[in-house]
Structures are given as structure tokens and as C-alpha cells.
Design a protein around this ligand. Structure first.
Ligand code: ZN
Length: 265
């Protein structure tokens, strides 16, 4: 039985080239079919334009950031400034809801959001999205967030953040600490870390204190990013001003977070 001439160097070279070509072709076809079969993650970002100017600036930059990664990450990224879009009809077509610079204010908007989250929806809130005057304003949300706003720093300043948990899909690959750009930082009561449902992902490093001049965070344990394990959610305290999107490291976290919320991590 003839099997060619395995001792002929030219024959072996040709065979190797042929195999290399075949492997490259199989690999390329496999990647094409994976990405074409992969459903886009349907993300809807809520924002407002009538709020504090620094919060509007953040929302605009966050929107262009997510628009910029949408093709690469296969996101179906949409935005709305109509908070009445927090309704069952719109939400049934969403996987991930972002609140960039505000929060719902009517009972119907809040109820639609509660139902969305209680039935497998995913959420990422930035900065003022987690703000609430007191627990009484919306008790469900206080339990969902795991705490209530209690104070803030001023003026906006950069801060060193400790990445507490680098095993979470949203923080995997991040350094142990990094400098987060200028932001107004919030403190919380009760301490999020004491809530058994809360998984703290990033915290203000002790080296930042005292943080602020006019309003100062004097110290203590101040988490800035966390997840509530009962839901598919992440809260991030960043979101004030035009510098938030300047950190590559932090942007990687924002991107990872949305991919995780969309079920890709
Ligand atoms: Zn702010």
C-alpha cells in the first residue's frame, strides 16, 4: 500500500503547510460560527439630562464608552432618558439595565424594576443611582442595594481603590489596587460589608483619608463597588464628572461587569 514517501523532505514540508492551513481554516470557521451564533446582550441605559451637570457629563461619556465597545462585545446597547421606559413591556426585551445618573421616582417605575430584578433581570447602577435620602423613600431598594447613603466627599478627587475580591468575574484581571479618577465619593450606613448578602468588590484605601476638603470622609471602611448575591447586580460609586472614563483599568471593570451581568462571564 502506497502512503507516499515519508522520507522525502519536500513531501513532509508540503504536508505540514497543508495541515497548518487546515488548522487555521478550522479555527477561523469555528470563531465565525461562535460569534454569529452568540446572541447580543440587550442593554438599556437610563439617564437624565435635567440633573446635576457633573452627573450629565458622566452619563454622556459612559454612553459613548459603551457604544464604543458594543460591536466588539456584541452588545445591543440602547439608551433612554424616559424613566417611564421602566415598564414591563420595555423591560421584557432587556437583559441588563444601567442607571447612569438618576433613579426611578414613580411607584410604577419602581414596581416594574422590582419585578424585573426579582425575575432574573440584571442591573448596574453608578454613583447617584444608589443615592436615597433615607430607607423610608424606597425600602425595597435599600434592601436591594444593601445599605443607604450617609455622606459624601467634596470636591471631586481621585482615590486609591483596593480591589477586595479579584475572583469575581467583574474584577478578574484587575490589579490589587489602582487610582480611580476624580469622583465624589459616598459613605454608607449600615456598613455594606456587614450585610451577609453583600459581596464587596472595591473599597477606598486607608491612604486616602482624610478624603475631601469641604466635605470630608474621615476614615473607616467605605466600599465603593459591591454586588448583592441575591440578585444579578453591581453598584459602582464612580460617576461624578468628566474624568471617570479616563482610567483604562476602571473601564476594564465596567466592561467586565456588563459582560458578567449579560451572562458572558
Ligand atoms: Zn455626584
Amino acid at each position: 500500500m502506497s502512503r507516499g514517501n515519508p522520507d522525502c523532505p519536500m513531501g513532509r514540508l508540503a504536508l505540514r503547510r497543508c495541515l497548518r492551513f487546515l488548522c487555521a481554516f478550522i479555527f477561523a470557521s469555528a470563531s465565525v460560527s461562535v460569534s454569529s451564533q452568540q446572541e447580543p446582550i440587550r442593554v438599556l441605559a437610563f439617564y437624565s439630562t435635567h440633573v446635576e451637570q457633573d452627573h450629565v457629563e458622566f452619563a454622556m461619556q459612559a454612553i459613548s464608552f459603551f457604544q464604543g465597545i458594543a460591536a466588539r462585545d456584541h452588545l445591543d446597547f440602547k439608551t433612554t432618558s424616559n424613566w417611564d421606559d421602566l415598564n414591563p413591556m420595555v423591560l421584557k426585551n432587556c437583559q441588563v439595565v444601567l442607571w447612569l445618573n438618576e433613579f426611578p421616582s414613580t411607584a410604577a417605575q419602581r414596581k416594574a424594576f422590582e419585578d424585573f430584578m426579582e425575575h432574573g433581570g440584571a442591573w448596574m447602577g453608578f454613583h447617584v443611582a444608589g443615592w436615597m435620602e433615607s430607607r423610608a423613600t424606597w425600602p425595597w431598594f435599600a434592601d436591594f442595594l444593601g445599605t443607604v447613603f450617609s455622606g459624601n466627599s467634596w470636591p471631586p478627587l481621585p482615590a486609591t481603590l483596593i480591589v477586595d475580591d479579584r475572583n469575581h468575574p467583574a474584577t478578574r484581571g484587575l490589579p490589587a489596587s489602582f487610582v480611580s479618577p476624580d469622583n465624589e465619593w459616598y459613605s454608607w450606613e449600615p456598613a455594606p460589608r456587614k450585610n451577609p448578602n453583600i459581596q464587596v468588590l472595591m473599597t477606598l484605601a486607608p491612604s486616602n483619608y482624610p478624603l475631601g476638603f469641604k466635605d470630608t470622609l474621615g476614615g473607616g471602611d467605605v466600599p465603593v463597588v459591591w454586588a448583592n448575591k441575591k440578585y444579578k447586580m453591581i453598584y459602582a460609586n464612580m460617576g461624578h464628572g468628566s474624568k471617570i472614563m479616563d482610567s483604562k483599568t476602571q473601564n476594564q471593570f465596567f466592561e467586565n461587569a456588563v459582560l458578567w451581568l449579560g451572562g458572558r462571564r
